[in-house]
Design a protein around this ligand. Structure first.
Ligand SMILES: *Cc1c(COP(=O)(O)O)cnc(C)c1O
Length: 427
């Protein structure tokens, strides 16, 4: 497979080529449920592997520190214009190497070391870079953290407690407030956060890394009119190459650009910028609106099917692409379940659940999502089957039944063969 697909690589470095070919098979045969992953299109893949790789271009279009930028300037300007159009913002910076450096640039633009910053706690569903202790953002800044409600009322249990966020913000007056996260199955109320940030005098950052594609496709409300800065990765629901973007109103454009370069980075990864431009073009098509809504419809159908099979879900369900399964009531913890599912050809990650009684490296939950399976064309009618597989695999894990896991793996590969993934060779 790889010899025809990557002929130069196969002849120069057959060992490495064999790993790539094996990864192609793995991505083709398995049901990939990690909510931060996806399949990029063949066009994005091609754009990301071009001779743009060879060019140094410190600076921004029209203001570079190296000559020979005739084509690179066009590529970056195109990506910037597409980002502005798609997300309805004044300014876009497409150079951050990934989501974490993008967030660090926001700190550099608006805060000084030691300043108080506020974000959602990691175990509650926030991201490391929102001021959590083990991250540089939590050791160079003073992170204060909010979480979700623990109530007996299923209508509010597991939801962000906006009153508590407001109380904390007014008590701490943080320089920055981050909203958004990595394990949040519910809609983020950007207007409520904006009100709180205004009262507290804080710069509000929407980190929409997970949901950028849903926003672009109109399947989640946009933060554009509510927040000071939007930070996003480009490789999750947005279905672009691994990279990130920072977007803001004109008033913050200079500060953001200066923080990314020369504040944190040198030369931008031009081949990635090209891939981002293509992904933004794809995300502006009517088919992407259908994709984004299908991702959410699939997640809701999967959540309903899991509830029917006796699983507990954080917040009782989902509004977006993500479902957080709480296995506290089951016989297997998250890590054991995740590893068994992997052997069954279903790729998930173990994850903390809010108020997790277990440790982060051995937590009580698994996190799943529908961006990848939707990219392959699976629809709501398939979600009961997916829930069945998950249920059978978790039961098999409890019993140590490896044969049952192998049987599921074969069934998964069978279905996946009927739904070829974008960007992968047809096997
Ligand atoms: C994925 C993610 C990031 C970090 O992105 P990397 O590219 O992995 O550095 C930041 N914030 C949120 C909310 C994320 O989900």
């Amino acid at each position: 497979m790889s010899a025809s697909r990557h002929p130069a690589l196969s002849s120069t470095d057959p060992e490495l080529a064999s790993y790539v070919a094996a990864e192609e098979v793995l991505q083709a045969e398995t049901l990939r449920l990690i909510p931060s992953e996806n399949y990029v299109s063949a066009a994005v893949l091609e754009a990301s592997g071009t001779v743009l790789q060879n060019k140094y271009s410190e600076g921004y279009p029209g203001r570079r520190y190296y000559e020979g930028q005739q084509n690179i300037d066009r590529v970056e300007a195109l990506a910037v214009e597409r980002a502005k159009g798609l997300f309805g913002v004044d300014h876009a910076n497409v150079q951050p190497y990934s989501g974490s450096p993008a967030n660090l640039a926001v700190y550099l633009a608006f805060a000084q070391p030691g300043d108080t910053v506020m974000g959602m706690a990691l175990p509650m569903g926030g991201h490391l870079t929102h001021g959590w202790g083990v991250s540089a953002t939590g050791s160079w800044f003073r992170g204060v953290q909010y979480g979700v409600r623990a109530t007996a009322d299923p209508e509010t249990n597991g939801l962000i407690d906006y009153d508590a966020v407001r109380d904390l913000a007014l008590a701490e007056r943080p320089k920055l407030i981050f909203c958004g996260g990595t394990a949040l199955p519910r809609t983020i109320d950007f207007a409520a956060f904006a009100e709180i940030a205004r009262e507290a005098g804080s710069v509000l950052v929407a980190d929409v890394a997970h949901i950028a594609g849903l926003i672009a496709g109109g399947a989640h409300p946009s933060p554009a009119e509510h927040v000071d800065v939007i930070s996003t990765t480009t490789h999750k629901t947005l279905r672009g190459p691994r990279g990130a973007m920072l977007m803001c109103r004109e008033e913050h454009a200079k500060a953001i650009d200066k923080a990314v370069f020369p504040g944190l980075q040198g030369g931008p990864h031009n081949q990635t910028t090209a891939g981002i431009a293509v992904a933004l073009h794809e995300a502006a098509q009517p088919s992407f609106v259908r994709y984004a809504h299908a991702v959410v419809a699939n997640a809701k159908a999967l959540a309903a099917a899991l509830l029917e099979r006796g699983f507990d879900l954080v917040s009782g369900g989902t509004d977006n692409h993500l479902v957080l399964i709480d296995l506290t009531g089951k016989e297997v913890p998250g890590k054991v379940a995740a590893k068994a599912l992997d052997r069954a050809g279903i790729v998930v990650n173990y994850n903390t659940v809010p108020f997790d009684p277990r440790k982060p490296f051995d937590p009580s939950g698994i996190r799943i999502g529908t961006p990848s399976l939707t990219s392959r064309g699976l629809s709501t009618e398939h979600m009961p089957l997916v829930a069945d597989w998950i249920s059978r695999a978790v039961d098999a894990a409890a019993k140590g039944d490896e044969q049952a896991l192998r049987a599921i793996r074969a069934e998964v590969a069978d279905l996946m063969a009927a739904f070829p993934a974008p960007g992968l060779p047809l096997s």
